[in-house]
Design a protein around this ligand. Structure first.
Ligand code: DX5
Ligand code: ZN
Length: 220
């Protein structure tokens, strides 16, 4: 199974973002760089916004995977595409018009992705799947890095993979939160193929080696 690894810079040193991005790039390195945008409203934490994404996209060749944990993504998501993101994820709980938003993100040239918090079921959104390039299933409550992986999300990952297959779609299935060498195998087995990892990558002595190790474990 083709696997993609997207290290989250939430666990990196924000004063050295360009270097931290480079530390996971290069051959065999990260497929994406996961950028967690938080507005202190949708989640109780605040990180960065459009200008930082713009600078970061110029500082690294690794495509940016922006995860918007913000209110009013209908207004903001297109600006992240313009800032250089290759993939933009909005939360369905915050979007007023998810179909229109996904189409706008795609039309602007990025991968359109929709995220579900742990308590949000996939079933009501089954008909939206063809509008998306990726679906993100949160495996922690969004807001902070370093939380413990929620095993109770595994059935949801499995059911979502089944729905994707049932509809014959080419859709990436991303998981985010608590992904590590000891949890990634279960997620891959359940059907996830894009793995966000913050503390497991940037908390490691050698972040590039941590990316390779996660990929090797997920591909088993
Ligand atoms: C949490 C963020 C995650 C976070 C993951 O709300 O969306 O991307 O950085 O961090 P770890 O991998 O440490 O759980
Ligand atoms: Zn994230």
């Amino acid at each position: 199974m083709a696997v993609q690894i997207s290290p989250s810079i939430l666990s990196a040193d924000f004063a050295r973002l360009a270097e931290e991005a480079k530390a996971v790039g290069g051959p065999g390195g990260a497929d994406w760089l996961h950028v967690d945008v938080m507005d202190n409203h949708f989640v109780p934490n605040l990180t960065l916004g459009v200008p930082v994404v713009e600078s970061l996209s110029r500082a690294t060749d690794t495509p940016l995977d922006c995860h918007l944990m913000i209110e009013d993504p209908d207004r903001w998501a297109p600006q992240y595409v313009e800032a250089g993101a290759g993939s933009v994820t909005f939360h369905v709980e915050a979007a007023a018009a998810p179909v229109r938003l996904a189409r706008e993100i795609r039309a602007k040239g990025a991968r359109a992705s929709m995220a579900l918090k742990p308590a949000t079921p996939i079933e009501p959104y089954e008909d939206l799947l063809p509008e998306l390039d990726m679906l993100l299933i949160m495996t922690v409550e969004p807001g902070f890095g370093g939380q413990a992986f929620l095993d109770i999300m595994l059935p949801k990952i499995r059911r979502t993979r089944e729905l994707i297959s049932k509809h014959g779609l080419e859709l990436w299935l991303q998981i985010d939160g608590g992904v590590s060498a000891s949890t990634i195998e279960r997620c891959a087995e359940a059907g996830a193929d894009v793995f966000v990892a913050g503390s497991a990558v940037y908390g490691a002595e050698d972040p590039a080696a941590a990316v390779r190790a996660l990929r090797a474990t997920a591909e088993q």
